[in-house]
Design a protein around this ligand. Structure first.
Ligand code: MIC
Ligand code: SF4
Length: 641
């Protein structure tokens, strides 16, 4: 039987397990990336593991999230990361060099390699045929130390692309269509592998837009083949030697398959407040727009920016619209500056932001009350923009730029002929903002500012787990709900005690106080609990508040791994309707928990308040059982060294 692309790379990197969907495997990690808002914690954890030097082929630390510097905290974190990475053999991409995923794709990603990143959009690397996976900081720390990455062997879902996109229809519209079909939980436990004739019509930046936003499907990762188009891209990046062709076998088998006819797609948008709430621009109609934001790791490539510049050239942004643009990297920004496209943007009235995440994670540019904000980003969760009442629509750069001029949601096809933007034969290459690490056995002093506080470490699991149901939340709760991120909170990513005061506050402002007053307890949730980001803070803050178990209908992949890494017991209702049998403040108890976790399968929760038993289950691997009993990955690693 032939292998698909994902299986080929996994096979090449397999350390343990069998490539059987649903079973635990572990793979060797070639490269890692971190960004600053998860990186501080990841490097504190790496230090706690006591490994002197990274063992990967290449590890890079990016500074791209926390760049507002409204106080000393961000700058302190940057210095900590710069010094700790230098000491331990990690490359440091300075603030201003660009968004981690964009820069990594341009400068470091290598087809066929594995990449583990402490950011959920790490699968951007799938655009050049990498097996690129997002994970919590602790897993990335382990990988940097040479440890394998453990995951559940995913099913592989083939997305067969046929035909060719019509003018003005973009890669963003393809991934929005996939999201419309599969939904935000449709990718859980799967790798999305793109195949078919349509693949050959897509450039690397277009492929990267699609694999990037595959994170919104909940998928383990997404991947495109590494073919001639990949070769051209790497050659234009001066990295022809990094190219290898990686194609699926002609008789490759897949667990699932869907087909998308590119020629039938039209411009689309994800409506508030979920990336899968997709409709066509035509159906949504010409709603009035207050803000347009172009950039983020999804749509900030040179090609995207050139399209935007050509739409804006000679025009003026509508007086009722604020247009902000953040080119994805220093490379992109330099090229736009040199060829005059930046001048076209500025002349049209665009407000240019630095090459960083910026408004995507609420770091500035919060829209006005009740604003309609069009964004080329990947997430439109309620409140993520920094304004709770804002209505965020996710659109392509073409739709965004067209609407910025007209002031209403505009189908770019109404603009006439689409611009012909050529892929550059040679990108502008200048890696002077990447600092190489100090040599081995250096005496670099790691600089720690006062905001860097110790992170919480759990205790070994107790045999009786009891406490109140401290909160009960709905389906599709995101990590932005569990551990919000915005301009006020992001500076505190290395200060869990402070952050915990905001844990789950968007769902219930009293939750942190209630959790503390009760000495911790349980969280009750619906399906796809913890979707979105990779931030382990969404597990560490609950840990700090004394949360012992999270009981839900289903979990998102990275979050459940982060809970286990923190020693918080993840349980799913055996019968999803039992969700109705627990109310907030009910007193719950699990007896004989150690044995139950060891044996696996059913775990009974006694609802003492209601006098009933509720059957839940865990699907922990042998290693995860050990981790739970030890009180998390750090304790487990120490015990096993
Ligand atoms: C995001 O897009 O939500 C983030 C901010 O990049 C996160 C990482 C973080 O919370 O720091 C992610 O996607 O993992
Ligand atoms: Fe940054 Fe936004 Fe991409 Fe997250 S999704 S890495 S915040 S640009």
């Amino acid at each position: 039987m032939g292998l698909n692309l994902a299986q080929k790379i996994i096979k090449e990197h397999l350390v343990s397990g069998e490539m059987k969907a649903g079973t635990e495997i572990s793979i060797r990690i070639d490269q890692t990336l971190t960004q600053d808002s998860t990186g501080t914690m990841a490097y504190l954890e790496f230090e706690a593991m006591g490994v002197p030097r990274v063992k990967t082929k290449k590890s890079v630390a990016y500074i791209d999230h926390n760049t507002l510097q409204s106080g000393f905290e961000n700058a302190d974190d940057h210095k900590f990361i710069q010094t700790v990475t230098s000491k331990h053999g990690i490359y440091f991409s300075r603030p201003g060099n660009g968004i981690c995923h964009q820069v990594h794709l341009e400068r470091f990603g290598i087809p066929g390699m594995t990449l583990l990143g402490s950011d959920s959009h790490t699968p951007t690397g799938g655009g050049i045929g990498m097996l690129a996976i997002g994970a919590g900081g602790m897993d990335v720390a382990v990988a940097m130390g040479g440890g394998a990455y453990f995951l559940t062997m995913p099913k592989v879902c083939k997305v067969n692309l046929v035909g060719k996109l019509s003018p003005w229809v973009a890669a963003k519209d393809i991934i929005l269509e996939v999201l419309r079909i599969l939904t935000v939980k449709g990718g859980v436990g799967k790798i999305i592998e793109y195949a078919g004739e349509g693949v050959k019509t897509l450039t690397v930046p277009e492929r990267a837009t699609i694999t990037n936003m595959g994170a919104e499907l909940g998928a383990t990762t997404s991947i495109f083949p590494s073919d001639n188009i990949t070769k051209e891209f790497l050659t234009a990046q001066g990295r022809a030697e990094d190219f290898t062709e990686i194609l699926p076998d002609t008789d490759a088998e897949y667990d699932e398959e869907i087909t998308i006819d590119l020629s039938r797609l039209t411009p689309m948008a994800a409506k508030p407040h979920m990336p899968d709430n997709v409709d066509t621009i035509e159906n949504i109609g010409a709603i009035k727009v207050d803000q347009v934001a172009i950039g983020s790791c999804t749509n900030s490539s040179y090609m995207d920016m050139m399209k935007v510049a050509s739409i804006l050239k000679g025009k003026t942004v509508h007086p009722d619209v604020s247009l902000v643009i953040a080119p994805g990297s220093k490379q992109v920004l330099t090229m736009l500056a040199e060829n005059g496209a930046l001048a076209d943007m500025v002349a049209a009235g665009a407000r240019i932001l630095e090459s960083a995440c910026g408004p995507c994670i609420g770091m500035g540019q919060a829209p006005k009350t009740d604003a309609i904000s069009l964004r080329t980003f990947n997430r439109n969760f309620e409140g993520r923009s920094g304004t709770k009442s804002a209505q965020v629509y996710l659109v392509s750069p073409e739709t965004a730029a067209a609407s910025a001029i007209t002031g209403v949601l505009t189908d770019p096809r109404s603009l006439g002929d689409a611009p012909e933007i050529e892929m550059p034969k040679l990108f502008k290459i200048n890696d002077n903002m990447v600092v190489s690490p100090a040599p081995e056995n250096n005496d670099v002093q790691v600089v720690r500012g006062p905001n860097i506080k110790p992170f919480p470490v759990n205790k070994p699991m107790s045999d009786t787990i009891s406490g109140k149901a401290l909160i009960k939340v709905e389906d599709n709760i995101t990590t932005d709900h569990i551990m919000p991120s915005n301009a006020k909170l992001l500076p505190f990513r290395s200060n869990i005690p402070y952050l915990s005061e905001f844990c789950l506050v968007p769902c219930d402002p009293e939750f942190p106080a209630r959790a503390k007053a009760n000495g911790g307890g349980f969280i009750i949730g619906g399906s796809n609990y913890g979707q979105g980001s990779s931030r382990e803070h969404a597990a560490l803050a609950p840990l700090y508040l004394g949360i012992k178990a999270v009981v839900v209908k289903s979990f998102a992949r990275i979050h459940v791994a982060n809970l286990i890494n923190s020693g918080i017991l993840p349980l799913t209702f055996k019968n999803p309707d039992d969700y109705d049998k627990i109310d907030r403040d009910d007193q719950l108890e699990i007896k004989d928990a150690i044995n139950a976790v060891k044996v696996g399968g059913d775990i009974v929760i006694r609802n003492i308040t209601k006098g009933i038993d509720i059957v839940t289950e865990t699907s922990l691997s042998g290693r995860q059982v050990e981790m739970m009993l030890a009180g998390g990955l750090l304790n487990y690693t120490k015990e096993n060294n």
